[in-house]
Design a protein around this ligand. Structure first.
Ligand code: HAM
Length: 420
């Protein structure tokens, strides 16, 4: 047995379960690919300053959870804890915002790293599929993203998820609210850490899960009452568009999110079967992020859905994904000559686009048929010396259990016809 293990807070994706992750990534990206989003891939690490400035120095993600390191060349880098800052950095670097229509719509899929306390649904290495629409301030864009996420989850068969929606205001109204909230928080009996948080990022205190803190927060000023007219109108339009699309959501005025770049629309997708790590996805508008990382004003909106938690949500709901067997035909050769001939047929099947596999390792009929069964293949092709002498192979339908000889030369056409 190997003495090495996957690092704490990580796990390996291995067959047969790994195919679920592929299916989830496919299902989430499908609606995006169908809506004008182009694929982008950025490095797994970036200049640490990108996240410090973008995500925010005061967030847990940056202050506690980042895998930051110095390279041999003296560069200060960090494994990416999220995708938005990187995608915007890449779009700015390639001047995508100058090359065509705005918004620039991008989607991505990859690994992210946060040094968190591991528990079910919370890992140090996890996977997201995300979307960013850069350079347009339009409530329809916010609505589009929420509707596409809803479509993705539903296409997977998920039902017990909820969409929480809020507006965090903009650079006009939020500072006024922030001050009012800080004034309120200063009058409470809070621990030192929370008092510090109240000074740096008072909105995060609203998110505190502890009952004694929540009790004191009754009567706290709410952002809703401080939104400026423009933010209010924007939010109402987002709500109206989502409603018109038949997507249900809940207004959650306490929804704050753990990243500092959000303005106006924020939302989270929560699943009720997941316990404490219930957020299967989240996102929102980040109109100031481009300027925060040195770019021009580019109001933008996006989300990221957690692949790991989506798989857990599917399991919690008992949803079995309809994943076709990886192999359609499994070839079993008995004897040296049959081996050569059938191996050639497997190559031919594969070149014809039919998923085929072969019994390797010189197994006898019984062992090889066991492998054929395990592969989930619809057909087994079996041939021995006598079949070859007659110019045939035995084609066995594994579902029906029936077997019939098929001329060697007709095998590919016959399998294709039967699979169709
Ligand atoms: P986030 O809420 O930090 O947002 O992460 C999005 C999703 O990633 C979460 O809802 C969760 O499903 C998953 N996730 C986060 N951390 C972990 C973890 N430690 N283990 C397992 N899953 C996790 C963002 O990352 C923003 N960049 C989203 C965004 C895009 N906002 C605008 N554009």
């Amino acid at each position: 047995m190997s003495t090495f293990k996957a690092p704490k807070g990580t796990y390996d994706l291995i067959p047969p379960v790994s195919v679920k992750y592929l299916a989830v990534r496919e299902a989430i990206s499908g609606p995006l690919r169908n809506s004008g989003y182009g694929y982008i891939e950025t490095p797994g690490f970036e200049d640490v300053g990108l996240f410090a400035r973008g995500v925010g120095e005061s967030t847990d993600i940056v202050s506690k959870e980042m895998y930051a390191f110095e390279t041999k060349g003296g560069d200060q880098l960090a494994l990416r804890p999220e995708g938005t800052a990187s995608v915007l950095r890449a779009a700015l670097e390639a001047s995508l915002h100058k090359q065509g229509n705005l918004p620039v719509k991008l989607w991505y899929s990859g690994s992210y790293y946060r040094y968190e306390r591991p528990q079910k649904g919370r890992y140090r290495h996890f996977s997201q599929v995300g979307a960013e629409a850069i350079g347009a301030e339009d409530p329809a864009l916010d609505a589009e993203l929420i509707i596409l996420a809803d479509q993705a989850y539903r296409s997977l068969g998920l039902r017990n998820f909820r969409i929480l929606l809020n507006s965090l205001g903009d650079k006009e109204c939020r500072p006024v609210y922030r001050e009012a909230l800080q004034g309120f928080l200063r009058g409470l009996d809070l621990d030192a850490e929370t008092i510090r948080r109240a000074e740096i990022n008072p909105l995060r205190v609203l998110d505190d899960k502890r009952a004694d803190v929540q009790k004191q927060l009754v009567g706290a000023p709410m952002l809703r009452d401080y939104l400026c007219d423009a933010c209010k109108a924007y939010h109402e339009e987002v709500r109206a568009l989502i409603t018109a699309a038949g997507v249900a959501f809940e207004d959650d005025e306490k929804l704050v999110r753990g990243l500092d770049y959000y303005t106006r629309t924020t939302f989270e997708f929560v699943h009720d079967g997941l316990g404490s790590q219930s957020a299967v996805g989240g996102g929102g508008r980040y109109d100031g992020l481009s300027e925060m990382i040195g770019g021009p004003a580019l109001p933008s909106v996006g989300w990221a859905l957690g692949v790991d938690r989506t798989v857990l949500a599917l399991e919690a709901e008992g949803v079995e994904l309809d994943i076709p067997a990886a192999t359609s035909v499994f070839a079993v050769a008995l004897g040296e000559e049959a081996r050569r001939v059938l191996f050639g047929k497997v190559t031919e099947l594969r070149r014809a686009g039919i998923a085929a596999d072969f019994s390797y390792g010189g197994k006898g009929l019984k062992g090889a048929m066991k492998d054929a069964n395990r592969s989930g293949a619809r057909f087994a092709v079996v041939a021995g010396e006598r079949d070859l002498a007659e110019g045939v192979v035995q084609l066995k339908d594994m579902e029906a259990g029936e077997q019939s000889p098929v001329a060697l030369a007709d095998l590919v056409d016959e399998v294709r016809a039967r699979l169709a």
